[in-house]
Design a protein around this ligand. Structure first.
Ligand SMILES: Cc1ncc(COP(=O)(O)O)c(C=O)c1O
Length: 384
């Protein structure tokens, strides 16, 4: 049957921007399907398997019939494990009621912005930033406002620049340390000042601490320590315990915000997968050995890729956390989209252009790959 009818999509969805990350990944996949040997440095996930003790917990949960709907905010055992973790590792005091579990940190952030934003509310986001923040903010009716940071300062956050960006419409500040894509880690003094700024101006901080355990020679500090009533801490199982496919994220903060997020989730996805929740409870309770192993490997890879890229005339600052580097590719082409295309077509390496992150002239490489792959990538880039 043919018809000329075409459903009218919402204005809202038409405003969503297609991600350039996905564009590159699909092009690289097409090339791979055509038999071309493409090395991907585009992944946003650890390349390790989920630790065995976590997998065993999931299997035990299935065998015990833990396969039904759970409480919207998550099983009490997981929320207790999260509250205990936040106290043990971050020095934060939350009751399990102040914790809500979502389908990945992504859903927790989505619920957060929908719980907090009214049309026109401004949200300050240090840039370069993870591309989903401005998209989610816009989708929820808010206005993302980028607060630039500079590669020559190691992408340090300038609190005075943040202060200068505040207007009567400002409602939220988004922090992400260690950051994607910069790998920058904000020091305690900066976080303390942001906490004070939030208190002074009655603002609320949304802090995404997804990469807290992937950090090199620095101490992760939670901004909620300095302004607990003004902060929602978002975290998850994806990056710390190599659990991206299990889809477990969480948020902890003031009860009214958590309740609002629960109300949104109750009318959307209901709850995160029951089996994944049991697995995450085990992961969060104790995975020190895995975390140490992963951090050691990531650090070796970071050192190898940073040294290699700089030696190739692609200036790359050394990040203190996460598993990404931002390389200056202006030597290949001043426009990062064009540089990305050249790197893919000529070197057969998939990277992500800095365009959507607000990192012009740079591309992001993820080093969540083996040292052998990193060496092979550097060898290919040598030809450009
Ligand atoms: C900064 C940041 N926050 C949140 C997420 C979302 O992670 P997930 O939804 O897998 O928990 C990601 C994933 O790439 C990320 O890079």
């Amino acid at each position: 049957m043919t018809t000329s009818f075409s459903p009218r999509l919402s204005q809202q969805v038409q405003r969503l921007r297609p991600s350039s990350t996905i564009a590159v990944t699909s092009r690289a996949l097409e090339m791979q399907r055509a038999g071309i040997d493409v090395l991907s440095m585009a992944a946003g996930e650890p390349d390790f398997d989920t630790p065995a003790h976590v997998v065993r917990a999931a299997k035990a949960a299935i065998d015990a019939g833990k396969t039904r709907y759970t409480q919207v905010q998550g099983i009490p055992e997981l929320r207790e494990a999260i509250a205990a973790k936040l106290l043990r590792e971050n020095g934060l005091h939350y009751t399990p009621d102040q914790v809500t579990v979502g389908n990945g940190g992504k859903q927790s952030l989505f619920n957060t912005f929908f719980a907090l934003l009214d049309p026109g509310d401004e949200v300050l986001i240090p840039a370069p930033y993870w591309v989903s923040y401005p998209e989610m903010v816009r989708f929820a009716g808010g206005m993302p406002v980028a607060v630039p940071t500079r590669p020559e300062d190691g992408y340090a956050l300038d609190v005075e620049a943040l202060r200068a960006a505040i207007t009567p419409r400002t409602k939220l500040i988004v922090l992400n340390s260690p950051g994607n894509p910069t790998g920058a880690v904000f020091p305690e003094a900066t976080l303390r000042s942001v906490g004070e700024l939030a208190q002074e101006h009655n603002l609320f901080i949304v802090t995404d601490e997804m990469y807290e355990h992937i950090i090199y020679g620095q101490q992760h500090v939670s901004v909620a320590r300095f302004a607990p009533e003004h902060t929602l801490t978002v975290n998850g199982a994806s990056k710390a315990y190599a659990m991206t496919g299990w889809r477990i994220g969480y948020a902890a903060g003031p009860l009214p915000v958590i309740r609002a997020m629960n109300a949104i989730q109750g009318q959307s996805t209901s709850n995160a997968s029951s089996v994944s929740q049991w697995a995450a409870a085990t992961a969060i309770a104790d995975s020190r050995e895995f975390i140490e192993m992963a951090r050691g490997q990531f650090q070796q890879r970071r050192d190898r890729i940073v040294a290699g890229l700089n030696a190739l005339g692609l200036p790359t600052p050394t990040p203190d956390g996460a598993f990404y580097v931002l390389a200056d590719t202006t030597r290949i082409h001043p426009d990062e989209l064009e540089a990305t295309r050249i790197i893919l077509d000529e070197a057969k390496v998939a990277v992500v252009p800095g365009t959507d992150f607000l990192a012009p002239g740079r591309v992001r490489l993820s080093y969540a790959t083996s040292l052998e792959t990193i060496d092979a990538v550097l060898e290919r880039l040598r030809l450009l």
